[in-house]
Design a protein around this ligand. Structure first.
Ligand code: GLC
Length: 659
């Protein structure tokens, strides 16, 4: 009998039952060497219980049993077809299961056409990535989208084809290979909550094929949609209000959480699960190493709820995770769940799902709190909100980031705000005013995204340069040495220090490492006019990129600064993602203190989120056993004032550890 953790459904007869299971896919595995067949069997024995438990939580036993066979066949087929080089990667990763938690990990995210024109063009950017130390490249949607507005490619028309203006599937495979050769993992989106209205499944549904109609949530009249709408929020209240769209050809209302052309698929349909399982395996065999599960929070619908974060979401993720572990264990799943702080950590595996779902998830709370502390020059809310979050499981990692290609929503709970004497609504309102530049004295130049009159909610678009005041200073004619420019540069670097010092995989969003202002002409691109997220999705500025080694320029200062942070980070074992970040008590309301206790020694990170010199008490440093600490960022002993305290320059960071 094998020992089984709670929540697992064992492969009851152990190896004997695995043999029976594998008997069903003999034809697929027949040509493999005995060693390769044995390895597959071992993986099935190890991971099938996770898959079973996931299925059992969602489907009745009969459906689950059939699904299991179909998924096993898909996994065996992909395994048999996987290239030797990828099998080798699977083995290497199995020997180094914490590869993505190591402090040397650094991500970069870009739209291919904006970064390099085409997939082939990305080869010409490998130097840029290498200089930064990038080990993870997220190219935003590259699979064939619908024509016209496709929500930046997040309306996929074909999961097995590449956007024709970017190249083809072979270019993708080639790029994955080239990246892998320099130790960089290719990360792609797996948009699994919806497909484009033009996807074959949707087309066949519109043609009246009942099999495909059942892939979607279609209602003949408003009764059910109205019932759901009572508790559903709106993602794009401005340009895509409501969650259902009438379609004449379907002769029904189809669920469309995002845009009207993005049809939500029905994950309670077992065929849908098998379809996506096959897409996962297809992308894995192209050499994709991380799949970003786009909008994963939304895939399960339940009447009377907001239809996000339902328990089935985690069970289904567990099925996909187990499947990948059997067929292509080098592949990781990353949850894109931009949800409230207490829901967030579920995506890294809590309770019965611990260690069995996504390995990575976006640390939305850290991102939001960075901007909040910079605007208010007060870290108390950040300390409260970050301190209240449960630690990520030690086998997982956060994706940390200063901002991304999407808008920033103020995911700050009323409870956290109240705990530090703030009114949640007013603080969120202040942040929108501040970052749109409406608040007196604010140097930020962001844009309001999706103002929702019903809730008062206003999200914000903007590049790091726009949100930190760099754009405003430059528009005022401020030159490189102007104090407003200095302050903005310092704020950009402070944000990057925070996300690099947190532990996890920090991801840079294209252009922020050079201070690109964004795309002022965003609205002139057809289909983009109502979606100002395009304002912070700029085209690469060749002049700025060319100036990256010139320390007298803003791009050069930022590039050097970001590179320095990444280099220091890579040398600090304390930043391994398995170690938790502990937010310490606040002494000066402008200074955030984060401790990481690692067996090699402790690391204390300090962040001054104000325009003044601020201090951290010397006695506290002694108490922590860090009296003689050096700042890893300067490489020098920590600077203590006459009062014995550690003094931090405006908008600066220090990472303290004993030499
Ligand atoms: C994710 C993407 C976003 C897109 C949405 C719908 O949140 O990041 O850009 O609009 O999913 O696919």
């Amino acid at each position: 009998m094998h020992e089984v953790a709670a929540g697992q459904v064992p492969v009851e007869g152990g190896l004997a039952e695995v043999e029976v299971l594998l008997g069903g896919v003999d034809d697929v595995l027949a040509d493999l060497s005995p060693e390769r067949r044995e390895l597959f069997a071992l993986r099935v024995e190890r991971w099938w219980p996770d898959l079973r438990a996931g299925l059992a939580a969602v489907h009745d036993p009969g459906t689950a049993a059939v699904l299991e066979q179909r998924l096993l066949r898909a996994a065996a087929t992909a395994y048999a077809e996987r290239e030797p080089e990828l099998h080798r990667l699977d083995q290497a990763r199995t020997l180094r299961p914490d590869w993505f938690q190591e402090p040397g990990m650094l991500g970069y995210a870009a739209y291919t056409e904006r970064y390099a024109g085409t997939l082939a063009g990305v080869h010409g950017r490998l130097d840029h990535l290498r200089e930064l130390g990038v080990t993870y490249l997220h190219l935003m949607p590259v699979l064939q989208p619908r024509e016209g507005d496709s929500d930046g490619g997040y309306a996929v028309a074909d999961y097995r084809a590449v956007r024709s203006d970017l190249g083809d599937v072979e270019d993708l495979r080639e790029l994955a290979r080239a990246l892998r050769a320099q130790g960089t993992s290719l990360v792609l989106d797996l948009v699994l909550n919806h497909v484009a209205r033009e996807h074959e499944w949707a087309r066949r549904a519109r043609e009246g094929d009942p099999r495909y109609r059942a892939y979607f949530h279609v209602h003949p009249d408003r009764e059910q949609p109205d019932a759901y709408e009572r508790t559903l929020p709106e993602v794009f209240p401005d340009f895509a209000p409501g969650n259902f769209t009438w379609d004449d050809e379907l002769d029904g209302w189809v669920w469309t959480t995002f845009n009207s052309f993005q049809w939500d698929v029905d994950w309670s349909n077992p065929d849908v699960l098998v379809e996506y399982a096959e897409v996962v395996l297809f992308l894995a065999n192209l050499g994709v190493e991380v799949l970003r599960l786009d909008a994963i929070a939304f895939i399960w619908k339940r009447l009377g709820t907001d239809c996000q974060n339902q328990p089935e979401v985690h069970s289904l993720t567990q099925v996909l995770r187990a499947l990948a572990r059997v067929a292509c264990p080098a592949v990781l799943l990353k949850a894109e769940a931009i949800v409230s702080p207490h829901q967030l950590v579920q995506y890294l595996g809590q309770g019965e799902h611990h260690g069995r779902v996504s390995d990575l998830a976006y640390h939305n709370t850290l991102m939001v709190q960075f901007w909040s502390m910079v605007a208010s020059q007060d870290v108390r809310l950040a300390a409260q909100a970050l301190g209240a979050l449960p630690a990520a499981p030690s086998s997982a990692a956060w994706i940390t980031y200063v901002r991304c290609h999407d808008d920033i929503g103020w995911a700050i709970t009323d409870e956290d705000a109240a705990a530090v004497g703030l009114d949640g609504y007013q603080h969120r309102s202040f942040l929108s005013d501040w970052f749109s530049g409406a608040f007196g004295g604010s140097p930020a130049r962001g844009l309001v995204f999706q103002e929702n009159p019903a809730t008062g909610d206003r999200r914000i678009s903007g590049s790091a340069a726009a949100l930190t005041g760099l754009v405003a200073a430059q528009d005022d004619g401020a030159g490189p040495g102007d104090p407003r420019v200095d302050a903005a540069v310092a704020r950009v670097l402070l944000g990057h220090a925070l996300v690099m010092g947190w532990g996890g995989v920090p991801v840079l969003w294209m252009g922020d490492e050079l201070g690109l202002r964004g795309d002022d002409a965003w609205a002139s691109e057809p289909g983009h006019e109502s979606d100002n997220r395009w304002a912070h999705r700029p085209w690469m500025d060749e002049a700025a990129l060319g100036a990256r080694h010139d320390g007298t320029t803003v791009p050069g200062r930022l590039f050097a600064g970001v590179r320095h942070l990444a280099g220091v980070r890579a040398s600090l074992p304390h930043l391994h993602a398995s170690v938790a970040s502990e937010v310490l008590e606040v002494h000066d309301p402008g200074v955030l203190a984060v401790l990481r206790r690692h067996p090699v020694g402790d690391l204390l990170a300090l962040y001054n989120a104000t325009q003044d010199w601020r201090s951290y008490p010397g006695w506290r440093l002694e108490e922590l056993g860090l009296g003689g600490a050096h700042d890893a960022l300067t490489g020098a002993p920590v600077h203590r004032g006459d009062d014995g305290n550690v003094w931090l320059a405006p908008w600066s960071a220090a990472w303290l550890r004993m030499p």
